[in-house]
Design a binder for this molecule. Structure first.
Ligand SMILES: Cc1cc2nc3c(=O)[nH]c(=O)nc-3n(C[C@H](O)[C@H](O)[C@H](O)COP(=O)(O)OP(=O)(O)OC[C@H]3O[C@@H](n4cnc5c(N)ncnc54)[C@H](O)[C@@H]3O)c2cc1C
Ligand code: SF4
Length: 506
């Protein structure tokens, strides 16, 4: 007799709670690990080829690791998950099945119906990929009560004693260092490269399979990501040594010829369990205590991991399914076709960022927010189409993180449960934070006219169109105030150019 431990493809934890749980009651030779490469699940949308390559290769390496550690692994390929479970149960006849809670709603519901649908006694353990699985800083908050990231983040720092002094005060004397952070990148600043991993035989086979068998976005060519715990640790070390010292200072900066800048590019590994959040936070904290990194940079990074990442997961859990159903701005136009082709919008910033996504499956946070979703918000693209594009475009895209970021932060479809304001900006912001505008055929300074940057007339048009809704939000007061400097003629011009532009989009 045996027990089955079902390990999900995005839960490749070094110490998997379901394995630990199983081995408390059984010797290793009575534990069978089930892993399923569910092709139909991976083909639900045309996900990025590099993401599918990463997932499958990491799963196969993980299974190899388990076999070397003496586990029997039932690894099933190319099938639908329900069929794979049925086939496994028929051959293994386990006493019970142990698994860790899925991060997506769909997966969670599937797991909770395993007993009823497959007649197998099931143990579902809390998800340890998130600190929120161990501690909820705001239990029982009603769905309609807005909770801000800052509130959530401070409670997490206090509970896990991160960057806190003995008196319970934040180290460095304040909770955030925004005034030091978010600087534009100086022209002459050297940007360190990022560690790359040559594909081994397993990865190469997966790259070929993905190009052959999957209908995907982009391709697997030049795949250089880590696919094991050891590789992901090296990627984290590379970040801590070379980019963390400037992380906060330049976290909002953009450069047209650089993709990663001082970002970590660790979400890819965190989201499939190759790295774990608290390990990264403790390493960053140590770097500060050892005098290697200044507080603004380390706090900036820690805020992203136990602030934003955890907060988004928490919001996803409490606001679904409603979060995916909102459409606060009543935005209905289709996503312009150039999002799917290598970027032919003629807007230099947008084209370069779209290309980056289609080729690498990655672009950093500010480009996701202030170039891509800003454009979709200003042009009134239907939120579901934006969600689909982001889901297919990114190597770190998973439902739990994509939903609050796209619907909540990027598009504000919930009217403000996730974000405190809609993130809209004109060329002014993009120019301040990047070098895109100097090589663009549009004029960043013009508000209207044939050369005017579309972000400009679209921005003013958005403020005019949604004035009433925006007036309720104190964080929008300054932007709205500036409307009074536009006379009637200018307002009409902005609106007619925005309408013509939006109507002309492919
Ligand atoms: C429209 C939009 C779509 C996004 N889609 C995704 C997505 O598919 N997958 C994804 O993991 N993140 C997504 N994000 C959040 C964020 O942009 C990415 O986590 C980040 O850019 C990943 O790159 P990085 O690892 O270099 O992050 P860094 O800038 O180095 O940040 C460090 C870590 O903080 C975490 N983090 C920071 N911000 C967020 C956030 N808003 N939500 C969740 N985690 C955060 C990530 O784990 C990240 O690895 C999206 C944001 C927006 C605005
Ligand atoms: S001018 Fe406008 S479209 Fe061109 S790069 Fe600047 S912000 Fe982007």
């Amino acid at each position: 007799m045996s027990v089955t431990v079902w390990i999900l493809g995005d839960q490749l934890l070094k110490e998997h709670p379901a394995l630990i749980h199983a081995e408390k009651a059984r010797p290793r030779d009575q534990v069978v690990v089930l892993m399923i490469e569910g092709q139909s699940q991976m083909q639900r949308m045309a996900y990025h080829a590099k993401k599918i390559t990463l997932l499958i290769s990491a799963m196969r390496h993980y299974a190899e690791g388990l076999r070397s550690a003496g586990y029997q692994v039932d690894y099933r390929k190319g099938v639908n998950i329900s069929q794979a479970i049925l086939a496994h149960l028929k051959t293994s006849h386990p006493d019970n099945l142990i698994t860790m809670e899925a991060s997506s709603r769909r997966g969670y519901e599937f797991q909770h119906n395993l007993s009823a649908n497959f007649g197998v006694e099931t143990v579902i353990l809390p998800n340890t990929q998130f600190l929120g699985g161990q501690y909820d800083p705001l239990p029982g908050v009603p769905v309609d009560q807005p909770i801000r990231q800052e509130q959530y983040y401070r409670k997490m720092r206090q509970h896990f004693h991160v960057l806190m002094d003995e008196q319970g005060q934040p180290q460095g004397g304040q909770w955030n260092f925004d005034q030091k952070n978010r600087q534009p990148l100086p022209k002459k600043l050297d940007i360190p490269g990022i560690i790359q991993f040559d594909p081994d035989a397993i990865t190469q086979a997966v790259m070929n399979e993905v190009n052959r068998n999957y209908s995907v976005t982009g391709d697997s060519k030049n795949f250089k990501l880590a696919v094991t715990h050891e590789g992901a640790m090296l990627a984290a070390e590379d970040f801590f040594n070379r980019r963390l010292p400037n992380f906060g200072t330049y976290e909002d900066g953009m450069r047209q010829d650089e993709t990663v800048l001082f970002h970590s590019m660790l979400a890819v590994y965190l989201n499939i369990g190759l790295l774990e959040p608290l390990d990264l936070v403790r390493t960053a904290e140590r770097a500060y205590h050892d005098g290697f990194v200044e507080i603004n940079n380390v706090e900036g990074f820690i805020r992203q991991v136990i602030g934003w990442r955890e907060y988004m997961y928490w919001q996803y859990q409490r606001l679904m399914p409603g979060l995916k159903q909102g459409n606060y701005w009543e935005a209905e136009r289709p996503l312009p076709a150039f999002f799917w082709n290598t970027g032919e919008s003629q807007l230099n910033c947008l084209d370069k960022v779209i290309k980056r996504v289609l080729i690498w499956g990655y672009t950093h946070h500010i480009e996701r927010l202030m170039v891509l979703s800003n454009y979709c918000l200003l042009t009134g693209v239907n939120p579901h189409q934006v969600f689909e594009w982001f889901s297919c475009g990114f190597i770190d895209a998973y439902e739990w993180v994509m939903v609050p970021n796209v619907y909540g932060m990027g598009l504000f479809v919930d009217g403000g449960k996730v974000a405190t304001k809609p993130y809209i900006a004109s060329a002014n912001y993009i120019n301040k934070m990047s070098d895109y505008c100097k090589d663009c055929s549009y004029d960043r300074k013009k508000r209207t006219g044939s050369q005017a940057c579309p972000y400009n007339f679209l921005y003013w048009n958005f403020l005019l169109k949604h004035q009433e809704k925006l007036a309720d939000n104190p964080r929008m007061a300054r932007m709205l105030y500036n409307l009074k400097f536009l006379d009637q003629g200018e307002r009409a011009e902005v609106q007619s150019q925005a309408a013509a532009y939006i109507n002309s989009l492919p």
